[in-house]
Structures are given as C-alpha cells and as structure tokens.
Design a protein around this ligand. Structure first.
Ligand code: C2E
Ligand code: CA
Ligand code: CA
Ligand code: CA
Length: 278
C-alpha cells in the first residue's frame, strides 16, 4: 500500500534509484487516481496578437497525488507514454474536456479547444474514429477542436499516425505542431502533413527580446511559416518586451503567463462572452 511505498522510498537516498522508484509508483497509482478524481484539467487561453482577444484555450492535465502532492505533467506524461496508461489518460482528457466544451456551448460560449495528443495515441488505427464518435455524440463541431502534436521522428509519411492526422484534418479538425524549434524541427516533412498552425517553443521565445540571434531565428521561422500558409503561435510569453517583439514580427497568436496562466474552467469561461440570443 501507500505506506509501504513511502517507507521504502526513504531507503533510497537521492538520484536514479529514487527516481525509478517514483516512476513505478506514479505508474501504479495512476489508474486509481483517475477513479478517485485526483486528476483535473486546467485551460490556458490563447490570444489574438493584434487585439489581445482570447481566441481559444489549451487543455492541460493536472494530478494531485494523495501522498506526493501536485505532480507535473512533464514528469508523469513521459512515464505514462511508455505504458498503456497514456491511452487511458488521453481518453479521460478527451471525455472531460469535451464534456466541458459541451457545457460551454450550452451556455452559448464558443470556446475552441486545443488538446495535446501523444504520438502513441495516434499510432492506433482507431484513434480518429474514437475521437470523431466523442465529438458527434456531444454535437461538437469538428472545427472547434485543434490537436497539438509534438513533432518527432515518428512522423514518417506512411505511418499510421500520419494517416490518422490526415483523417482528422480531412474532417475539419485543426492540427498544430507543438514545441516547434525544439527538436526534430524542419519544414520539409510538414509538407506530408495537413498542418494549420506552428507553435514556437518557449525556449525560442524566452530570449526573443534580449538576444538578437534568438530574435533572428524566431523571425525566420515565423516568416517561413507564414509564407507556407501556417498560422504562428508563440508560447510561454512572460514579459511585455517579448510581446512587443512578437507583435512587431506579425505573430498571429500569443500564449503565456503575461496574458493568462492555466486556470480552472469556471475562471477561464469568464473571458469568453456568451453569444447574444436572437
Ligand atoms: P506544452 O504542451 O508545451 O504546454 C505548455 C506548458 O507551459 C504548460 O505546462 C503550461 O502550463 C506552461 N506555460 C504556459 N505559459 C507559460 C509561461 O508563460 N511561462 C512558463 N514558464 N510556462 C508556461 P504544463 O501544464 O506543466 O504541461 C507540461 C507539458 O505536459 C505540456 O507542454 C505537454 O507536453 C504535456 N501535457 C500537459 N497536459 C497534457 C495532456 O492532456 N496530454 C498530453 N499528451 N500532454 C500533456
Ligand atoms: Ca501544447
Ligand atoms: Ca508547447
Ligand atoms: Ca513547450
């Protein structure tokens, strides 16, 4: 039980053993955590760069572990991705976020969702039909959903994942490439993919106002993306100077603590006026 796990945790000093042990503990506690309501979602708005009006929200998972406290998705998502847990969690994220959107639509609030999707989920041939069914059963228009996909070597043209992405995009769902510029970035393989949006990684945005080389890189990526017809989004914008530079470059959308941090549904909904009835 939890008590034993904590006792044994103590015997490890620091370092790799403790980390591995913690990884096992997180993996073995996840299923029960889902049942117990230890997971919840937060929503971080994205804003149009020109008027700074909120245009959509990104769905971000949170886990408050009963003994370990708040765990970052940066820690548990990679662990889940190595197991069947990721499909279970993705399913939970989709159901919970789409229920929320359905509730917002009932309040006449149009709040498009960006949902992070792991590559593993997309490499199952049933991925899109599962999602399409979830959208249809809630009467959610496909165009209100965007999937954020992290680029990676798995995106080979003939892969199942690329097939699933093509099916989604064909049905009207939007696709964005997340963390662009941080890993396997290049524009050439994107031509095999029906991508709408390029989301520049925070690591590139961090120094955009202070380091000329960083600004040159961001400018080049942004302009090439625009030439190729993609929308550009900057993530992790924390300071006014960064916002000024990004606006000056002509970015389409901005996300970051400067404008809004991730927050519970109730708080985020206030940013989106309900449509007037007529
Ligand atoms: P991401 O998709 O790149 O999400 C952006 C992360 O940056 C989020 O961290 C967000 O809270 C944080 N962030 C946003 N604005 C700022 C800012 O101005 N400054 C700083 N320092 N941070 C900012 P979070 O929520 O901890 O998520 C971390 C990562 O975990 C996400 O990175 C994503 O890769 C993954 N993740 C989160 N939720 C899900 C999910 O439901 N499914 C999947 N597959 N992955 C998820
Ligand atoms: Ca994301
Ligand atoms: Ca990102
Ligand atoms: Ca990132």
């Amino acid at each position: 039980g939890a008590f034993d796990a904590r006792q044994s945790f103590r015997w490890y000093s620091e370092g790799r053993d403790a980390q591995i042990h913690r990884g096992y503990q997180l993996a073995s506690d996840a299923k029960q955590g889902l049942l117990d309501g230890d997971f919840h979602l937060e929503y971080q708005p994205r804003f149009g760069a020109k008027g700074l009006k909120p245009v959509s929200v990104e769905v971000l998972i949170r886990w408050t572990h009963p003994t370990l406290g708040a765990i970052s998705p940066r820690e548990f998502i990679p662990i889940f991705e190595r197991t069947a847990l990721m499909d279970l969690v993705t399913d939970w994220v989709l159901d919970t976020a789409l229920d929320q959107l359905q509730a917002w639509l009932a309040q006449r609030r149009q709040i498009p969702l960006s949902i992070n999707i792991s590559s593993g989920f997309l490499s199952s041939v049933g991925a899109w039909s599962t999602i399409a069914e979830k959208l249809s059963s809630r009467a959610i228009p496909f165009s209100m959903i965007e999937f954020e996909i992290t680029e990676g070597e798995w995106l080979s043209p003939k892969s199942t994942a690329v097939g699933q992405i093509a099916a989604m995009a064909g049905a009207g769902v939007r696709i964005s490439i997340d963390d662009f510029g941080s890993g396997y970035s290049n524009f050439s393989y994107l031509s095999d993919l029906p991508v709408h949006t390029i989301k520049l990684d925070k690591s590139l945005i961090d120094c955009v106002a202070t380091d000329p080389r960083s600004r040159a890189k961001v400018s080049a990526i942004h302009h090439l993306a625009h030439e190729l017809g993609y929308l550009t989004v900057a993530e992790g914008v924390e300071r006014q100077e960064q916002l000024d530079v990004l606006k000056g470059l002509g970015f389409d959308q901005i996300q970051g603590y400067l404008l809004a941090a991730p927050a519970p549904a109730l708080k985020v909904a206030e940013l989106f006026e309900p449509l007037a009835e007529h």
